[in-house]
Design a protein around this ligand. Structure first.
Ligand code: AHR
Length: 497
């Protein structure tokens, strides 16, 4: 079964937006405590952050990090996470029914991001709190005047403003599970007020309004229209969230769930542009796809089963080869929309549905999904090229026909580096790709990597951390046509010069 892939340097979508390789740290489960931060770990640095985890995060190639939630943020009091440690209260987080000691707060996180060379993006609580607390938090974090909140930060030992540029105005406010859940009109009113005030403080801030928690939310589409219409002049992005797993054992549809993300992006872009038209504006708002991943929600016992402990083991999904292919296909989709995705964050970074897992006091390792992310972050440079495929389709119950092969290419003309990322979404059949590279002149293969396995359920564990790793594969170029055979459920990276 052969797919012909057309790729041409003139078919450019836009520059590779490096902020697509973002991630998310929430105070949830063991993402922060015993994830990135564990002062008693033998490999902790002087500030209590794990060096072994930091090394893996660097290898993963994260560019942006969203913090501190997630559902957590909608009942979070930022003041409790700043100032002298001994004065910080232990709180009960209602979102994840967990004990929050506030040992890590905004300053510790922002300082760690700076040391890691990662851009932070902060979320404010618009659930249990509102405009005033958001304005105070903004002044505490970014303020540089001789006034109460910047002074408070200085008194806590943080002299310079953090200058955080990107702010999420609430989290999943459309979801009935969210603390302080709102109707589209209620949220539109709140976000307009907050965005207006934030821009009064600094008109360079990049502001993200909540979109829908998934494409299947009952208010999807209307929510985006109402919110964007109200806040159009003061927001830059609208969020989108999507988690995928096989539903009713329909693994074929799961393998092709990038179809859903593709339609989701198109639907939101259409809505954003429709509202821009109503405003007689050429301004193009973008999507902040700030939560996406594979998440086996069916294995989650629900919030009420959580026992009000500190740092419980929550949704620590172990990912397979198939899951890695799906994650790779979702990243391909995000890259294909580089012109309209302002930022994207895989949820989450460590332990909680994450590419990195840790043991308390022990080892840290790469899950299968680590590999497509790390390699795409490393090699996607220059501009994104719009690849077109002609080939067989897989018939799926949820999305109808979906191409067996799903691809994107990036092209760094200066260095003559062409990279084709390609997944074979068929669970049983190999896919032959014939990639027409004649428009690039003389091309040689630099590297050809495949993430695949005879057992598509294979996983990495603490005892076998390298069971699933990218392997060197082979491909052939004859007269400008590259031929590559992709194994079932595989993610592949073809680098050419
Ligand atoms: O990432 C886990 C949770 O999923 C987040 O807290 C929430 O925003 C989403 O529903």
């Amino acid at each position: 079964r052969t797919t012909t892939v057309h790729v041409h340097p003139a078919y450019q979508v836009g520059e590779v937006n490096r902020r697509i390789f973002g991630s998310f740290v929430e105070h949830m489960g063991r993402c922060v405590y015993t994830g990135i931060f564990e002062p008693n770990h033998p490999d902790a640095d002087s500030r209590g952050f794990r060096r072994d985890v930091a090394a893996l995060i660097k290898e993963l190639g994260i560019t942006v990090l969203r913090y501190p939630g997630g559902n957590f943020v909608s009942n979070h009091r930022w003041e409790d996470g700043v100032g002298p440690l001994e004065e910080r209260p232990r709180n009960l987080d209602f979102a994840w029914r967990s004990v929050e000691p506030n040992t890590v707060g905004a300053n510790e996180f922002l300082a760690w991001c700076r040391r890691m060379g990662i851009e932070p993006m902060l979320a404010v609580n618009l659930g249990t709190r509102g405009l005033n607390e958001a304005m105070e938090f903004l002044q505490y974090v970014n303020g540089d005047t001789d006034t109460r909140l910047p002074q408070l930060r200085r008194s806590h030992g943080w002299e310079d403003p953090w200058n955080v540029e990107t702010w999420c105005l609430g989290n999943e406010m459309d979801g009935p599970w969210q603390m302080g859940h709102k109707t589209p009109d209620e949220y539109a009113r709140t976000v307009t007020e907050v965005a207006n005030a934030f821009h009064r403080f600094d008109d360079k801030l990049s502001l993200i309004a909540c979109g829908s928690s998934s494409r299947s939310m009952p208010t999807f589409g209307r929510w985006e229209r109402v919110v964007v219409d109200a806040a159009f002049d003061n927001i830059d992005m609208v969020s989108a969230h999507a988690y995928y797993e096989p539903i009713d054992d329909d693994v074929a549809s799961f393998a092709c769930c990038a179809e859903d993300m593709e339609r989701y992006i198109r639907d939101v872009v259409a809505t954003l542009d429709h509202v821009a038209a109503m405003h007689h504006s050429d301004r193009r708002l973008k999507i902040s796809f700030d939560e996406w991943n594979v998440w086996y929600q069916s294995r989650f016992g629900g919030e009420n089963a959580i026992g009000m402990e500190h740092a419980p083991h929550l949704i620590e999904d172990t990912y397979s080869v198939l899951d890695a292919m799906v994650v790779g296909s979702l990243l391909i989709t995000l890259l294909r929309h580089t012109d309209r995705i302002g930022v994207a964050c895989q949820a989450q970074l460590v332990n909680v549905i994450a590419p990195i897992r840790t043991e308390e006091g022990g080892r840290a390792w790469r899950q299968t999904i680590f590999h497509p992310f790390a390699l795409m972050s490393r090699h996607a440079r220059g501009v994104v090229l719009d690849t077109r495929c002609e080939g067989p389709a897989i018939s799926t119950q949820r999305w109808g026909g979906a191409g067996q092969v799903w691809t994107v290419a990036t092209w760094d003309a200066e260095n003559h580096d062409l990279v084709v990322f390609l997944v074979n979404r068929d669970l049983h059949e190999r896919a032959r790709a014939r990639i027409d590279l004649r428009a690039f002149g003389d091309c040689k293969v630099v590297e050809c990597l495949a993430l695949d396995d005879e057992d598509i359920a294979a996983v990495n564990t603490a005892d076998q951390p390298n069971r699933v790793e990218p392997r060197n594969a082979t491909c052939d170029i004859t007269s400008g046509i590259l031929t590559f055979d992709a194994n079932p459920a595989s993610w592949n990276c073809l680098r050419l010069k």
